[in-house]
Write a protein that binds this ligand. Structure first.
Ligand code: UDP
Length: 445
């Protein structure tokens, strides 16, 4: 149990409407509540968390004026307008709540949290929910643009290693086709991380030690690597979409480590041709599969209207297609032996935490860097070169059946153990969390 003396110490967590950001923020809230702090979650009306899942928190909504985030949204513009729309209300809500002593912990996309903290003369800390290894690539973008290496003009360059950014290739860079002007705008918003007093990173030292060291030198403020939050937080669902739990009884009937779980997270989309190739790749692999196709994620359709004729008959009894599932539970299930993923950082951490090896098919942002580390450095994943049925079926067999996959599973299990150890008494994340608590309390004295 936490220390009850801290209950008067109030933490205001400013959450972001992206699923991959909301989840670690709520998990952080649970972890810090368990340490004894009182927690307020300030969140947008768009993609609100469900307060009934977290009766221990206070929730304060902000009217953001958005109705949805879709794949065509210009990320930079969206985040900018979101912050403009929310900043004043954020300050007002916090003032109205009238808690005596607070620290603001804000998601990096809700950077107005830092300005509000300054206005209110209270400390602020930023939560980063991407991989630490992503940041050196992100920070290198201005130089690569000024040298004319970006945006990528020549597709032959894609597979080459980038000088000074080993092991990354040009194809692993985030936004490698984005114009110099858009990159400049994005960096002006997000880099440097304004002026918080510390950074909380959802990662582990054993996994990203070298990147964390570089970031420590770059930011020159304390960095607390306290992940994986998915393992420490005692939180019920954090999903915006309803989780279809029928998959668990279906998994119960499958052989151990036989099922490939497929999910591309909350933002990635496909077109009809890609869906067709994915479907036949799964069918031809002859492995059982659980495939999450998010409603609206196939361009031009509501759900799975574009699945090819004959697919349902071909995979009957062996394949299950659902809209959204309790992913943590799925990855922890004995029947799941592999994860075909877009390599979002939460999904990557959840897979590592369960010792499940991956097939990596990144779509955007840090996912390319994550994929490179999973497949080339940590050796717990296979890179999917093309979204083509034969390539997919072969990758699934390599991961699920071949000796190569067995080796990956062993390494993934080693990582699972290391992740557990880092959270145990004396482990790096355990210590880092205690240091974070001390750091926050020091500001109250
Ligand atoms: N997720 C889930 N059910 C699903 C698919 C995804 O609960 O059917 C969760 C997953 O466990 C992860 C989050 O959605 O915590 C996705 O975050 P991630 O960082 O992996 O990717 P993003 O959605 O930000 O691209």
């Amino acid at each position: 149990m936490g220390d009850e003396r801290y209950r008067c110490k109030h933490l205001v967590l400013v959450a972001s409407p992206f699923q991959g950001h909301m989840t670690p923020m709520l998990q952080l809230g649970s972890v810090l509540h368990a340490k004894g702090f009182s927690i307020t979650i300030v969140h947008t009306k768009l993609n609100s968390p469900d307060p009934s899942n977290h009766p221990e928190f206070e929730f304060l909504p902000l009217f953001d004026n958005f109705v949805a985030i879709d794949a065509s949204t210009n990320f930079t513009k969206f985040v900018e307008v979101l912050n403009e729309n929310c900043k004043l209300q954020l300050q007002q809500r916090i003032q109205e709540a009238n808690h005596k002593k607070i620290t603001i912990i804000y998601d990096n996309t809700m950077y107005s949290g830092e300005e509000v903290a300054r206005n209110l003369n209270v400390p602020s800390i930023v939560l980063r929910s991407c991989s630490a290894s992503y940041m050196p690539a992100f920070l290198a973008l201005p130089k690569l643009h000024s040298e004319g290496q970006l945006p990528i003009q020549d597709s032959m360059l894609q597979k080459l290693l980038i000088p000074d950014l080993y092991p990354l290739r040009y194809k692993d860079l985030p936004f490698n086709n984005t114009s110099t002007q858009e990159i400049t705008e994005m960096l002006a918003l997000t880099n440097p991380i304004r002026n918080p007093s510390a950074i909380i990173w959802n990662t582990m030292e054993f996994l990203e030690n070298s990147a964390l060291t570089k970031l420590q030198q770059y930011y020159k403020i304390p960095i607390f690597a306290i992940g994986p939050l998915n393992e420490t937080a005692r939180c019920p669902t954090t999903s915006f979409l309803n989780e279809d739990t029928s998959c668990i009884s279906w998994l119960d009937k499958q052989a151990p480590r036989s099922v490939v779980y497929v999910s591309l997270g909350s933002l990635a989309t496909m077109d009809k041709k890609e869906l067709t190739e994915a479907a036949w790749g799964l069918a031809n692999s002859k492995q059982p599969f659980l495939w999450v196709v998010r409603p609206g994620s196939v361009n031009g359709s509501e759900w799975i209207e574009f699945l090819p004729d004959g697919f349902a008959e071909e995979v009957e009894g062996r394949g299950l297609v659902l809209k959204w599932v309790p992913q943590k539970q799925v990855l922890a299930h004995f029947a799941v032996g592999g994860f075909w993923s877009h390599c979002g950082w939460n999904s990557s951490l959840e897979s590592i935490s369960q010792g499940v090896p991956m097939i990596c098919w990144p779509f955007l942002g840090d996912q390319y860097v994550n994929s490179r580390y999973l497949t080339y450095v940590w050796l717990v994943g296979l890179e999917l070169e093309h979204l083509e049925r034969r390539v997919i079926a072969t990758a699934i067999r390599r991961l699920m059946v071949d000796d190569e996959g067995k080796e990956m599973r062993k390494r993934a299990n080693d990582m699972k153990e290391k992740a557990k150890n880092s959270l145990c008494n004396g482990g790096s994340s355990f210590n880092s969390l205690n240091n974070l608590v001390e750091f926050i309390l020091a500001d109250y004295n």
